[in-house]
Design a protein around this ligand. Sequence first.
Ligand code: EPU
Length: 353
Amino acid sequence: MQENVELQALNTFGLSARARYFCVVDTLAALQGALRFAHEKQLPVFILGGGSNILLRDNVPGLVLHMLIKGIAKLSEAEGSVRVQVSCGENWHAFVTYCLAQGWHGLENLALIPGSVGAAPIQNIGAYGVEAGELIESVTALNTVTGTIETIAAADCAFAYRDSVFKRQYRGSRIILSVVFLLHRSTKVNVSYASLAQALAGTPAPQPADVFAAVVAIRRSRLPDPALLGNAGSFFKNPVIGISEYASLQQRHADLPGHESSDSDVRQVKVPAAWLIERAGWKGRRLGQAGVYEKQSLVLINHGAARAEEIVALAQAISRDVEQQFGILLEPEVQWVPGTKHGDFAMYLPQEL
Ligand code: EPU
């Protein structure tokens, strides 16, 4: 257990904030011990994975648990599919790379996403036509209310666009320990996403390794490397609007892109927030040390010494302009830490654990 630990190197935005208490968790026993400590001291607990989707607004008053439980195991193989269990503290991209090398396919579209495996189900990470939830069989988590370990089937995870049960009913009461993925041996690939299809247009019969390479190349060319320029990927979600609202916006903005969303029975359209932000004039702009990435306007960046307030001020200015011009309210994708109404992930432990 450490005290007053600087978290700057542990969040990809590179923001400076301290954790009152901090503990590296590399075993289940270490997790249980740390939770007992938090319980005795009545500390809120914050679970930190790769720190790639958080905005550290301030010092974290309770106990930060840095999840580094490791391990990848093939559970079974049958009829061309492979079940693979991976612990929460594995690095996501390293896991995707490992699976490809084993000939376990399906995750290649999700290459190079920063962060840890344990965070993947929480916000159902997705890119280039695939969402992690589509390949998850189950999630194993510690229930901090009962102290028991539960296996939650994918069907009960309520996976949706950047959303799951872990952000809703299970928020604050489940700590993800491992995830079972159902991958396949076939070399069938998903190239439904337009920019991916374009990148592979010159490759006849693309293989999973080609998709992996193309995704890595697209991401490297469009998204900033957090090691060089602090950022947390897409800052906002792509808004999903009603089909009639989309049609009326298109009357004023004929080139407004949109894709029908498959998450709901009601006809809805997902609109690229990047386009709205660019049209609102924010692409490449800067407010103090905070800025909008010049090659992808959905990514807010830390030009070096940004304070959280500068990022928040920039996000608010963008949201205000987009709302004024398009009547669309942008919702942040990154999680505010410590929480606000945008999403409080701290856990308050029950009396008995
Ligand atoms: N666009 C612009 N201006 C820009 C960039 C994009 O107008 O500066 C428009 C273009 O019309 C483009 C469209 O936005 O066709 C979509 O752009 P892109 O393919 O880059 O994807 P995105 O919608 O901006 C989403 C995810 C990304 C994911 C990519 C690829 C969200 C919030 N973001 O971005 O995920 O990598 O698709 O699938 O859904 C993340 O979640 O952190 C993330 C990076």
